[in-house]
Design a protein around this ligand. Structure first.
Ligand SMILES: Cc1cc2nc3c(=O)[nH]c(=O)nc-3n(C[C@H](O)[C@H](O)[C@H](O)COP(=O)(O)OP(=O)(O)OC[C@H]3O[C@@H](n4cnc5c(N)ncnc54)[C@H](O)[C@@H]3O)c2cc1C
Length: 296
C-alpha cells in the first residue's frame, strides 16, 4: 500500500498533534502516524504547560508577569542548553501559545496554588512549577506552571483535547504504524518514509511534492504475494546470505537485527534484488490466523 500526502507527521504526541494542526491550518493534507496508539509521554505527563508573560490565567489570578521576566528567569535555568534566540521566541510567544492551545480546546484555569508545590492538587492549576521564588534576585517571580484542568495527572486530558482537535480537522491518523526508514532521492532529499504497520503490512507514504520512486510490477511467488500491496515487494529476511546487510534502495550496507520481523518490511521494487523462487513468509506474530496468500 502506498499513500501520498503533503505533510507526514511521525509521532502522535503533543508535538506531532500540534504540528499536524498547524499544517492542516494552511490547507495541507496531513497524515499522522504512530508506532503505538498515540499519546506517547504526553498522555502520561502532568499536563503542565510552562507559560508566562501575561497569560489569560495569570491576569485573571492577578499575577504580574512579562516576557522579559520570564526570559531572565529561564536564562538562569537553561544556561547554554537553549540559544538566547530560541528562548526569546519561546517567551515572546508564550501568551499566544496558550491562546492557541485554548483555542484547540485544552482547558486551563486561573486557580492559583497558594504555596510552592511539585504538583498541585485538583483544586489548583496555576503554580510555581520552577524555582522562580528562589531566583527573585534575577527576575520578578511569577507562577508559570499552567496545569491542564482535569483530575489527577492531567496529561491525558491535554492530549485528548488535541486528539479532538485533530479529528475536527479531519486529519488522518494511522496508529500502529512505525516509520522505519527515510526514503531519499539521488540528491539526498527525503521523498518518503518506509513504514511497517499492523493495518495492511506495508505503507509507503510519499510527499506529494517529492519525486515518486517508480515501482514496476513483477511476477514470481514473492512478488505475486505482495502484488496486492501496490507494487511493493516483501524484503527477504536478513538471514538470507544473498542480501544480508544490503540496503537495496541506497545500495549501502545496513544492519538489521536478525530478530526483526523483516518479512513485514517492504521496499520499492525498482532497486531491490531479485530472489527467484523465494516465497513470502508471513510474520506469525503480526498476521496470526491469516493466510499467507492473502496478506492483510
Ligand atoms: C511522567 C512524566 C510526566 C511529565 N510531565 C510533564 C509536564 O507536566 N509538563 C511538561 O512540560 N512535560 C512533562 N513531561 C515531559 C513531556 O511529557 C514530554 O516532553 C512531551 O510529552 C514530549 O512530547 P512529544 O510529542 O515530543 O513526544 P511524545 O508525547 O512521547 O510522542 C512521541 C510519539 O512518537 C511515537 N513514535 C516514536 N517513534 C516512532 C516511529 N519510528 N514511528 C512512528 N511513531 C513513533 C511514539 O509512539 C509517541 O507516541 C513529563 C514526562 C513524563 C514521562
Amino acid at each position: 500500500m502506498r499513500l501520498e500526502t503533503d505533510v507526514l507527521v511521525v509521532g502522535y504526541g503533543a508535538a506531532g498533534a500540534c504540528a499536524a494542526l498547524e499544517a492542516a491550518e494552511t490547507g495541507s493534507q496531513v497524515i499522522i502516524i504512530d508506532r503505538f496508539t498515540g499519546g506517547g509521554a504526553t498522555a502520561l505527563s502532568g499536563g503542565v504547560v510552562y507559560a508566562g508573560g501575561g497569560t489569560a490565567q495569570q491576569i485573571e489570578a492577578g499575577i504580574d508577569d512579562s516576557p522579559q521576566a520570564m526570559f531572565d528567569y529561564l536564562t538562569t535555568e537553561v544556561g547554554d542548553a537553549v540559544s538566547p534566540r530560541t528562548l526569546r521566541a519561546f517567551c515572546d510567544g508564550s501568551v499566544s501559545m496558550m491562546e492557541w492551545l485554548s483555542f484547540q480546546g485544552v482547558p486551563f484555569s486561573a486557580a492559583l496554588c497558594p504555596e510552592k508545590t511539585s504538583y498541585p492538587t485538583n483544586a489548583h492549576y496555576l503554580y510555581y512549577s520552577g524555582s522562580e521564588i528562589a531566583a527573585r534576585d534575577v527576575a520578578k517571580p511569577a507562577p508559570r506552571g499552567h496545569r491542564t484542568h482535569g483530575r489527577g495527572t492531567s496529561g491525558r486530558v491535554f492530549f485528548d483535547r488535541l486528539v479532538e482537535a485533530v479529528r475536527r480537522k479531519g486529519i488522518r491518523v494511522l496508529t500502529q504504524t512505525t516509520a522505519e526508514r527515510l526514503l531519499t532521492d539521488h540528491s539526498g532529499r527525503v521523498v518518503g518514509v518506509e513504514c511497517r504497520t499492523l493495518h495492511s503490512l506495508a505503507h509507503r507514504i510519499l510527499s506529494r511534492w517529492g519525486q515518486t520512486l517508480p515501482l514496476r510490477p513483477e511476477t514470481g511467488p514473492a512478488h505475486a504475494q505482495a502484488g496486492g500491496l501496490a507494487g511493493i515487494e516483501a524484503r527477504p529476511s536478513t538471514h538470507d546470505s544473498r542480501v544480508k546487510g544490503r540496503d537495496p534502495v541506497r545500495g549501502r550496507v545496513r544492519q538489521q537485527p536478525h530478530h526483526a520481523p523483516a518479512a513485514c518490511t517492504f521496499l520499492p521494487r525498482r532497486a531491490s534484488p531479485r530472489y527467484p523462487g523465494r516465497r513470502w513468509k508471513r510474520n506469525r506474530t503480526r498476521s496470526r490466523g491469516r493466510s499467507s496468500d492473502h496478506p492483510p
